[in-house]
Design a protein around this ligand. Structure first.
Ligand code: SF4
Length: 215
């Protein structure tokens, strides 16, 4: 997918997240996570495509509150979980406004993609992330590979929309995820990927009780 968004060695390559977003709109990459982008700088839930009766917002900051709670009113601790509520329309008014709204829906998503396109994104293997843990999370270093695979398959595979770019350890890939969830080869041409560069705090926290049982 690098070619259409980031022509190598071209002065035309996007230099900022905003330029990258503009390139995505031009090239028809209008889906990101559960959000559908419009070339008129609108955003809505993917499942609300074609729906006329939506609650309209004009301030990009409204995305912060929309993204905070799910349809049941529960706090969304993971913004890339597939539980974004429906029923809203955000008219961001400009590319700048759309970029800001996306930062609330999917923090750092455009910046990570830009780094990946430039070839400067360095994913951290899970073992390196665990080795960095201290205090109450140091215990996660006892997590076995088979336990890690099960945990990742559940938390990252079913509970998150990001593409996992990291391995368990160098050369030891995350086999509990399908190939399309850990590589951008053949990524759908109408979608903007959400990338995961290293295990997040929620995954580390979920690993703790499992690793504790290995003492
Ligand atoms: S580690 Fe990455 S892919 Fe897994 S749940 Fe956290 S953010 Fe999502």
């Amino acid at each position: 997918m690098r070619g259409d968004l980031f022509p190598a060695e071209s002065p035309d390559s996007p230099r900022t997240s905003r330029e990258l977003l503009g390139r995505c709109l031009e090239s028809g990459r209008l889906r990101i996570g559960e959000v559908l982008l419009g070339t008129d700088f609108t955003l809505r839930h993917l499942s609300d495509e074609g729906c006329d009766v939506l609650e309209t917002h004009w301030d990009p900051h409204a995305a912060r509150l929309i993204a905070r709670f799910d349809a049941q009113g529960d706090f969304r601790s993971l913004k890339s979980a597939p539980d974004l509520k429906r029923g809203w329309l955000l008219e961001a008014g400009s590319l700048e406004g759309m970029e800001l709204a996306l930062e609330f829906f999917y923090p750092a998503a455009l910046g990570l993609l830009l780094s990946w396109l430039r070839g400067s994104l360095r994913p951290n293997p899970l073992r390196e992330t665990l080795d960095r843990q201290s205090g109450m999370y140091r215990i996660t270093q006892l997590l076995r590979d088979d336990q890690a695979l099960d945990l990742i398959g559940c938390r990252c595979g079913e509970g998150c929309l990001r593409t996992v770019l990291w391995d368990l350890s160098s050369g030891n890939v995350v086999t509990s995820l399908p190939v399309e969830r850990r590589t951008l080869d053949d990524f759908p041409p109408d979608r903007i990927p959400l990338l995961c560069r290293e295990a997040c705090n929620l995954l580390i926290a979920a690993a703790r009780p499992i690793a504790n049982g290995n003492r």
